[in-house]
Each structure stands twice: as C-alpha cells, then as structure tokens.
Design a protein around this ligand. Structure first.
Ligand SMILES: Nc1nc2c(ncn2[C@@H]2O[C@H](COP(=O)(O)OP(=O)(O)O)[C@@H](O)[C@H]2O)c(=O)[nH]1
Ligand SMILES: Nc1ncnc2c1ncn2[C@@H]1O[C@H](COP(=O)(O)OP(=O)(O)O)[C@@H](O)[C@H]1O
Length: 186
C-alpha cells in the first residue's frame, strides 16, 4: 500500500496552505477529499474541496462503514471516505489527509504506518490573526475554533513530526523534506 500522510493541527494554522504548496512540489502526491456536513464557503466546490453531505447522508455512510475515520468538529461532521483513500493507495499513489486531531488519533490506530505531522502555530495570537485574516468564518466560529485549538495544541507531542508554521516558505520546505524522506525514493 502506498504511503499515507496525515497533516493535523488547529484550524487556521495553515494546513491547507502548506498542503497546496506541498502538492505542487511533490509529484504524484494527491489529497484525499473529505466529506463534511458544513456549508460550502464561497468558491468551494462539491467534490473538489469537500464532498458536501446532509446529516442524513453522512450518517448513512457512517452506518455503512464508509469512513476510515470521522469526527465532530465545531458542531459539524467531517470524515475520510475509505473510497477516496483506497482508490489512490491501491494504485500506488501516496495520499495526504488534512484532518483534525480526533481523526488523526483514529488513523493512528487503524493505519499505524501512516506518517503523522502536527502543524504548530508560532503563537496563539498568530493563530487568531490568521483565522480572522482568512475572513471565512463568523466571529462566533473563530472563537469556537480557537477554543478547540487550545485543546488540540496539548496533543502536539503525540505526533511523530511537528512543524512550526511561522515563515511559510520555511515550513513548506520542512514539510517537503519530511514527505520526501518517507517516500520510497526518499
Ligand atoms: N477528522 C477529520 N477532520 C477533517 C476532515 N476534513 C477536514 N477536517 C478538519 O476539520 C476542521 C475544520 O475544517 P474546515 O471547516 O474546512 O475549516 P479549516 O480547515 O479551518 O479551513 C479542520 O481542522 C480540518 O482539518 C476529515 O475528513 N476528517
Ligand atoms: N506561515 C504563514 N504566515 C502567515 N499567514 C499564513 C501562514 N500560513 C497560512 N497563513 C494564512 O493563514 C490563514 C489560515 O490558513 P489555512 O491554510 O486556511 O489554515 P487551515 O487549513 O489550517 O485552517 C490563511 O489566510 C493563510 O493564508
């Protein structure tokens, strides 16, 4: 089975940004598109950014065992579809999962060979600035995410690799080094 890379860490730390950069640098690496019950943000497309599901559709997939992992986050549900993962890894394509901490813990149990990377903010203040600066979440949502972040940050030591996302370019390079070293050619 091809390599699975789990990128986790608090909302707003820069996971999405880092992964976009990583995918453009590491040829062959693909992102697993998650399912969620949250509403699409402007510009987000179904099947590209997420598979946007209703609560009923999500629950049906939980019952069918369609998820490798799933979690509740800030009042919404998120999960990795087995089909998204396996159609890639079965063909030898390495995959990145961008998921929150509870999901990453589940993957550690079910896919112990997955490489786990926790992205750390330079400070809690920087995290707040990034979440506010991104402009995609209401102030209530930002506060909810920061509250979850406090808890998530206490979990950083559980993870095999930790990358501080202070200067973006440095963090991208560090992440790329980790990924390359864990790939068969690395
Ligand atoms: N467990 C789990 N978490 C996910 C999944 N997809 C996304 N997430 C996480 O859910 C949280 C909220 O995601 P989202 O609403 O898109 O906000 P954003 O990541 O801050 O842009 C983030 O920490 C994501 O990494 C998934 O498939 N499983
Ligand atoms: N190293 C960095 N320095 C400053 N801003 C950053 C950095 N990395 C990401 N950002 C910005 O922070 C915000 C949150 O990043 P994003 O990738 O959406 O985080 P996540 O996917 O972890 O929620 C975005 O507006 C992004 O442009």
């Amino acid at each position: 089975m091809a390599r699975v890379f789990v990128i986790t860490g608090p909302s707003g730390v820069g996971k999405g940004t880092l992964i976009r950069n990583l995918l453009s640098r590491v040829s062959g690496l693909e992102l697993s598109v998650s399912a969620t019950t949250r509403k699409p943000r402007p510009g987000e497309e179904d099947g590209v950014h997420y598979h946007f599901l209703t609560d009923e559709q999500f629950e049906e997939r939980v019952r069918d065992g369609a998820f490798v992992e799933h979690a509740d986050y800030s009042g919404r549900r998120y999960g990795t579809l087995r089909s998204e993962l396996e159609r890639r890894t079965a063909g030898g394509v390495p995959v990145v999962l961008e998921i929150e901490v509870q999901g990453a813990r589940q993957v550690r149990e079910t896919l112990p060979d997955a490489v786990q990377v926790f992205i750390v903010p330079p400070s809690e203040e920087a995290l707040r600035e990034r979440l506010v600066g991104r402009g995609t979440d209401s102030s209530d949502d930002v506060e909810r995410r920061l509250k979850v972040a406090e808890e998530e940050l206490t979990a950083r030591d559980e993870f095999q690799y930790q990358v501080v996302n202070d200067r973006l370019e440095d963090a991208v390079e560090e992440l790329e080094r980790i990924v390359q070293s864990e790939l068969p050619t690395g």
